[in-house]
Design a binder for this molecule. Structure first.
Ligand SMILES: [Zn+2]
Length: 138
């Protein structure tokens, strides 16, 4: 049985107090950081957690060099690529594009988008804003 993800709800005022202005803009206002803000490889083994609530989202092992300027992963840490796990999905039709938005299921933080041009075997590229993540060394 899948573990249910406990939902965390905070006011925008709380988030604004706890997050950097850029992290607030990206995660709570559906923003996008500039490319190459931080697309450096993982510093070692570990897990990328949600900058807002600490939920484990992506594993360092699934990071890959996409060259797009944002941290990129082949799958969420829990392996759920359908949006059923810790990384949820929604349709994003803004800017005249049809994209799949990804967010933290626990606190609803916007993370980035998932595209179907990644490397095998998943062929997925989770293109994530670096400020939405915090690295937890193993
Ligand atoms: Zn979160």
């Amino acid at each position: 049985m899948k573990k249910a993800i406990p939902i965390m709800v905070k006011s925008n005022a709380d988030w604004r107090r706890e997050l950097s202005p850029l992290a607030y803009h990206v995660t709570r206002e559906h923003g996008t950081e500039r490319p190459f803000t931080d697309d450096t490889p993982p510093p070692g083994a570990g897990t990328y957690v949600c900058v807002c609530c600490g939920e484990p989202l992506f594993a360092a092992d699934d990071w890959f060099e996409a060259g797009c300027g944002w941290p990129s992963f082949t799958q969420p840490a829990d392996g759920e690529t359908t949006g059923a796990g810790a990384v949820g999905q929604s349709n994003d039709l803004r800017f005249g594009m049809r994209r799949t938005e990804v967010h933290c299921k626990r606190c609803d933080a916007h993370l980035g988008h998932v595209f179907e041009d990644g490397p095998p075997p998943s062929h997925l590229r989770y293109c994530i804003n670096s400020v939405a993540l915090r690295f937890d060394p193993a």
